[in-house]
Design a protein around this ligand. Structure first.
Ligand code: SF4
Length: 379
C-alpha cells in the first residue's frame, strides 16, 4: 500500500508508437514512417523511467503500440534492457509484447525470448488476402502461419487478434478465418468488431459512401460464430472479446478489468496510481519535447468522484464473463451494487441481458451482444 492507503501497482504498460504505415481504421497513438525518431524515443523513455522511485516489482509487463516489433532486433534489445533496468519481474511474471506478422524475423523473436518475453499478441486480423488488403495490412496468410509457428516454438504463449464486420466480409469468410486461426492452436484468441473511429480514413470513406458498414444482423451472426466455434475448439470465453485455452488468460488485461493500479510510460500511455488516472500526450513529438525539456509528459488527469469510479469499475467487471462479485465490489469501492444500480440491474435481469446469483452479477450470452447499451445505463 502507498502512504495514502492505495495499492501499489504491480503492472506496467509501455507504449511503442511506431508502425510502417497507418492502417485506415486505426486511431491508436502512433507515428508512421518516422523510424528516424526511434532513437530519440528510446532516450526519452529512459529519461522518463528514471523518474520512477526505486525499481518496482511487477507481475505483468505489456509492450503495446503501434507495433513494438517494428523496431529492429537491436532496438528491441535496447528497449527491453531500458525497461527491465527500471522494473523487476516477480516470479511467475507475464511479459507480453504486441507484434505484427510482417517482418517478425528470427532475430527479433530471439531478442524478445532473450529478454524473457513469455507472451506475444499477434495482430493477424484475417487470413483472407482480400480482407487484409481492405484493412491495409501488409502481411499475408503465409506470414501469419510462419509467425505463429515460430512464436509457439520459441515463446510458447501466443495470442491472435482477429477483426470481423469488415466491409464486404461475408459470414462464411469470417468463419473461415476462425477455422484457420484455431488450426494453428494459439493459446489465446481475441475477436473485435471493426469500428469506424472519427478522424480515421475509414470514417471519412464511410461518410463519402466509399465503404459500407456491415449490418447489425451480420455483425451479430459473426460474433455468435466466434463464440460457438471457439468454444467448440476449447477456447474459454473470459471477456466480451477474449477467449483462452485453460491457463492462458491475459493477466495484464485482467488488471485493467479489475480496476487495479498500473504504471504507464510512452506517448499516449495511461497510468492509474493513487486513485488518479493520468494520460500522457498522444502526439509523439510533443511527448518527446516535454520529456527532453524535463517537463511532465502528462496531457490529461482524470479524477473521478468515488461514485463515478465505482460505476466505471462495475462496467469493467461486467466485461468479464465471471462478472462482478458483490462482496469484492463492496470491499474495493465502499459502494453496494444495490445502492448504485439496483433499478438498471433489475430491468436487465428481467429482460435476460444480465443474470444475478447470490454472489455475482454478470452479462448473459444474450447480454454480450448488446453490452454497450447495458453499460450506458450503469454509468
Ligand atoms: S499495424 Fe496496428 S497499430 Fe499500426 S497502424 Fe495498423 S492497426 Fe494501427
Amino acid at each position: 500500500m502507498s502512504p495514502a492507503g492505495y495499492p501499489i501497482p504491480r503492472a506496467a504498460y509501455i507504449h511503442v508508437p511506431f508502425c510502417a504505415h497507418r492502417c485506415g481504421y486505426c486511431d491508436f497513438t502512433l507515428i508512421a514512417r518516422r523510424d528516424d525518431l526511434i532513437d530519440d524515443y528510446l532516450r526519452a523513455l529512459e529519461i522518463d523511467l528514471d523518474r520512477l522511485k526505486g525499481r518496482p516489482v511487477i507481475d505483468t509487463l505489456f509492450f503495446g503500440g503501434g507495433t513494438p516489433t517494428h523496431l529492429s532486433a537491436e532496438q528491441l534489445r535496447r528497449l527491453t534492457k531500458i525497461v527491465l533496468g527500471h522494473f523487476q519481474l516477480a516470479d511467475g511474471y507475464e511479459f507480453s509484447v504486441e507484434a505484427n506478422p510482417a517482418g517478425l524475423d528470427d532475430a527479433k523473436i530471439a531478442a524478445l525470448a532473450d529478454a524473457g518475453v513469455n507472451r506475444v499478441s499477434l495482430g493477424v486480423q484475417s487470413f483472407d488476402a482480400e480482407i487484409l488488403v481492405r484493412l491495409e495490412r501488409d502481411h499475408r496468410r503465409r506470414d501469419i502461419v510462419s509467425a505463429v509457428e515460430h512464436l509457439l516454438e520459441s515463446i510458447g504463449n501466443v495470442s491472435v487478434d482477429l477483426i470481423f464486420g469488415v466491409p464486404g466480409q461475408t459470414l462464411a469468410n469470417w468463419k473461415g478465418t476462425l477455422t484457420q486461426a484455431i488450426k494453428l492452436r494459439p493459446t489465446h484468441i481475441s475477436t473485435y468488431g471493426l469500428t469506424f473511429e472519427k478522424g480515421t480514413q475509414f470514417w471519412n470513406r464511410l461518410n463519402k459512401g466509399e465503404l459500407r458498414q456491415a449490418s447489425e444482423e451480420l455483425e451479430r451472426s459473426m460474433y455468435a460464430a466466434a463464440m460457438d466455434q471457439l468454444s467448440d475448439a476449447e477456447y474459454v470465453q473470459y471477456e466480451i472479446s477474449n477467449f483462452a485455452r485453460p491457463g492462458f488468460v491475459c493477466r495484464h488485461n485482467e488488471v485493467y478489468w479489475r480496476g487495479l493500479p498500473y504504471f504507464g510510460f510512452g506517448p499516449g500511455a495511461a497510468r492509474y496510481i493513487n486513485g488518479s488516472r493520468q494520460i500522457n500526450h498522444r502526439s509523439v513529438s510533443t511527448w518527446l519535447k516535454r520529456v527532453f525539456a524535463d517537463d511532465s509528459p502528462i496531457g490529461e488527469i482524470d479524477e473521478l468522484s468515488a461514485e463515478d469510479g465505482a460505476r466505471e469499475l462495475l462496467v469493467l467487471l461486467l466485461r468479464r464473463c465471471e462478472g462482478a462479485s458483490k462482496q469484492e465490489f463492496q470491499q474495493q469501492t465502499g459502494f453496494d451494487i444495490d445502492e448504485l444500480a439496483r433499478e438498471a440491474v433489475d430491468c436487465y435481469t428481467g429482460c435476460g441481458l444480465l443474470e444475478e446469483t447470490d454472489t455475482h452479477i454478470r452479462l448473459t450470452r444474450e447480454g454480450r451482444f448488446v453490452a454497450d447499451t447495458v453499460f450506458v445505463d450503469l454509468l
